[in-house]
Design a protein around this ligand. Structure first.
Ligand code: C2E
Ligand code: MG
Ligand code: MG
Ligand code: MG
Length: 285
């Protein structure tokens, strides 16, 4: 990604840029093979209501199990894939895998909504919502079981088109959240323009709570902004009891992070979920 930026920003070609680009191209060819060879799979990380401690959803996060290099994290291949149409093939894989998983979990009584990470590029792709509706139909899953998390590493030019595509999806009860709030490109514009129901505060700010004053002010403002807009706020990267206590004090609705659980394989998530349900079961009245 950095090499691409260098090229487009300054048009300076150096041997180093060339080497980076060929490395990226090789990696992208490998991702393409990874899709064919079933090396990609989804992990799931719970989202928790900070007041009731109930699990209110989970985020699907992609993992690549490379035959020689072992586990590769999405930050090592998603940003590059976003610069090419490869991201669309990845998203197609993710959508199918998650919707199929949702169907299975619903049969096991796990009925929380699951979120999927998408970029503006996905949404601008003709037929994205058609693909989504086709898969929901195929697996008999209701739109309300799916959330989309929008992140941006690049500025989206055709925001009007993104808005109309999202409206098509929200009409089918799919909900939309803004991811990495406070660090991406033009996140305030997105909050203003897109049909968003959840604001996810970037972990960059959350992990320094409450000692860091700047981070605390930003989190407080983000929670207040969400409240004013009538949407929910979720803190990403909650790692400690101190982080959690401060977020509760701020009135932040939800949290996600290692404090609750790391991302888990589908089976491990189901086990974690059932265990937690019995642990937190409250007697009525
Ligand atoms: P994200 O959507 O902001 O996801 C949150 C990231 O923070 C995940 O990293 C998660 O493992 C990590 N995380 C969660 N809790 C904690 C914590 O308490 N402390 C710390 N230090 N980290 C925590 P991951 O899985 O490596 O994903 C990185 C990014 O890659 C994601 O950021 C998302 O932007 C992207 N990504 C992941 N899966 C997909 C996918 O299926 N499609 C697309 N387009 N992007 C994806
Ligand atoms: Mg996300
Ligand atoms: Mg995030
Ligand atoms: Mg992120």
């Amino acid at each position: 990604a950095r090499a691409n930026e260098k090229l487009t920003d300054s048009f300076i070609y150096t041997p180093e840029v060339g080497a980076n680009i060929s490395k990226q191209l090789a990696l992208m060819a490998e991702v393409s093979d990874a899709i064919e060879n079933n090396q990609l799979l989804m992990y799931y990380q719970p989202k928790v209501d900070l007041k009731s401690q109930k699990v209110i959803g989970a985020e699907a996060l992609i993992r690549w199990h490379h035959p020689e290099r072992g586990w590769i994290r999405p930050d090592e291949f998603i940003p590059d894939a976003e610069h090419s149409t490869l991201i669309l093939r990845i998203s197609e894989f993710v959508l199918r895998a998650v919707i199929q998983q949702v169907q299975q979990w619903q049969q096991q009584g796990i009925t929380i909504p699951i979120s999927i990470n998408v970029t503006g590029h996905d949404l601008l792709q003709p037929g994205f919502s058609q693909m989504m509706f086709g898969l929901l139909e195929e697996f008999q899953v209701d739109g309300s079981a799916i959330e989309l998390e929008i992140t941006e590493g690049t500025l989206i030019q055709d925001i009007d088109e993104v808005v109309s595509e999202l409206l098509r999806l929200t009409r089918a009860k799919i909900t939309v959240s803004i991811d990495d709030f406070g660090t991406g490109y033009s996140s305030l514009q997105y909050l203003y323009r897109l049909p968003i129901s959840l604001l996810k505060i970037d972990q960059l700010f959350v992990k320094h709570l409450p000692e860091d004053q700047g981070a605390s002010h930003i989190c407080a403002a983000a929670v207040a902004l969400a409240q004013k807009m009538g949407i929910k706020a979720l803190a990403e990267g909650v790692e400690t009891q101190q982080n959690l206590d401060y977020l509760v004090e701020l009135g932040c609705d939800y949290g996600q992070g290692y404090f609750f659980s790391k991302p888990l394989s589908a089976d491990a998530f189901a086990a974690w979920y059932h265990h937690r349900e019995t642990q937190y079961e409250q007697p009525l009245g």
